[in-house]
Design a binder for this molecule. Structure first.
Ligand code: KIV
Length: 281
C-alpha cells in the first residue's frame, strides 16, 4: 500500500486532472533502487536527461543519447508500481521533424514501458507535440530554461524577466494547446510562474519556479546531497548522503589498511555448507 493512498499506476490524464488541486510531487530517477524509493511518495518519476551530468559526468545534457535514456528507462521501470514514468527525449532525437520525434518516442515507449515522454521547447516544438499526442504518445512539455539550449542561452540564466516573459508565456500556452498533459517551468521568477500557472490549462511543474506552480520537481541526487558539481539556488538539500557516503568509504579504507576489516564475523570457517542451503558460519 502506498504512503499516498493508492496502489495503481498513475496515468497522464490523472496528472492532467490535478490542475489547481493537491500539488504534484515529482523527482528524477535513473536506477531501479531510486525508483523503488520514490515510488510510494511521488506522482511522477522522470528519467531526466540530467542523467548525463549526474551519473555519467558529462558537462551538459547535450551528449546524452537515446540508448542511454532507454537503458536508464528500463532500470527505472523495474522499480515503479504507482508513479507515472516519463522519459526525457534527448537532444537531437526529436527536433528535426514530427516524424523523427514519433519514431524515437515510440522506441522509448516500447523499449522502456514508460507512459509518456518529455520534450524541451515551446512554440517551435508545438507542431511536434500535436503530432505525437494525436498518435498515442503523451507528452510533458518543458519551457523557460531548457538545458538542451545551454549554448544558445550562453549558460543557465534565469528566464522570463522583462519582455522575455511574453515569449515564455506563449511557449507554455502553445505546449498546452498542442495537447501536452503537463509542463515543466524551469528557472523563472515567482510572479511570472504564478501568472503562467493561472493562464495555462495544464498543470505546471516548477523547478526554480516557486510554490505557485501546480507541482514541483527536483533532481533526486541534488536533493539527497549526492551531486555537488552544481548547487543551484532552487535546490533544497533534504539530506547530505554524499558526505555520509564519503565518511563510510574513508572508514572502510582505514579498516582495510589497519587489517580491522574483515573481522571474524565476515570470515568463513572450514565447516561444510549446512543442509538448509544457507551460508555456513
Ligand atoms: O533532466 C531533468 O532532470 C529535467 C528536470 C526537469 C529536472 O529535465
Amino acid at each position: 500500500m502506498s504512503a499516498t493512498g493508492g496502489n495503481t499506476a498513475l496515468t497522464p490524464p490523472d496528472i492532467a486532472a490535478r490542475k489547481g488541486l493537491q500539488p504534484l510531487v515529482c523527482l528524477t530517477a535513473y536506477t531501479t533502487p531510486i525508483a523503488e524509493l520514490i515510488d510510494d511518495h511521488c506522482d511522477v518519476a522522470l528519467v531526466g536527461d540530467s542523467v548525463g551530468m549526474v551519473l555519467h559526468g558529462l558537462p551538459s545534457t547535450l551528449g546524452v543519447t537515446l540508448e542511454m535514456m532507454i537503458l536508464h528507462g528500463k532500470a527505472v521501470r523495474r522499480g515503479l508500481e504507482r508513479a507515472l514514468m516519463v522519459v526525457d527525449m534527448p537532444f537531437g532525437s526529436y527536433e528535426e521533424s514530427p516524424e523523427q520525434a514519433f519514431r524515437n518516442a515510440a522506441r522509448v515507449m516500447t523499449e522502456t514501458g514508460c507512459a509518456a515522454v518529455k520534450l524541451e521547447g515551446g512554440e517551435s516544438i508545438a507542431q511536434t507535440i500535436q503530432f505525437l499526442t494525436a498518435r498515442g504518445v503523451p507528452v510533458m512539455g518543458h519551457v523557460g530554461l531548457t538545458p538542451q539550449a545551454v549554448n544558445a542561452f550562453g549558460g543557465y540564466p534565469v528566464q522570463g524577466r522583462g519582455e522575455d516573459a511574453e515569449r515564455i508565456l506563449r511557449d507554455a500556452v502553445s505546449v498546452a494547446e498542442a495537447g501536452a498533459f503537463a509542463v515543466v517551468l524551469e528557472k523563472i521568477p515567482e510572479a511570472f510562474a504564478r501568472r503562467t500557472t493561472k493562464e495555462v490549462s495544464i498543470p505546471t511543474i516548477g523547478i526554480g519556479a516557486s510554490a505557485a506552480c501546480d507541482g514541483q520537481i527536483l533532481v533526486v541526487d541534488d536533493m539527497l546531497g549526492l551531486f555537488g558539481t552544481f548547487r543551484p539556488k532552487f535546490v533544497k538539500r533534504y539530506a547530505e548522503l554524499g558526505k555520509a557516503a564519503e565518511a563510510a568509504i574513508a572508514t572502510f579504507a582505514n579498516e582495510v589498511r589497519e587489517r580491522r576489516f574483515p573481522a571474524s564475523e565476515h570470515v568463513f570457517g572450514d565447516e561444510p555448507r549446512n543442509v538448509s542451503g544457507g551460508e555456513a558460519a
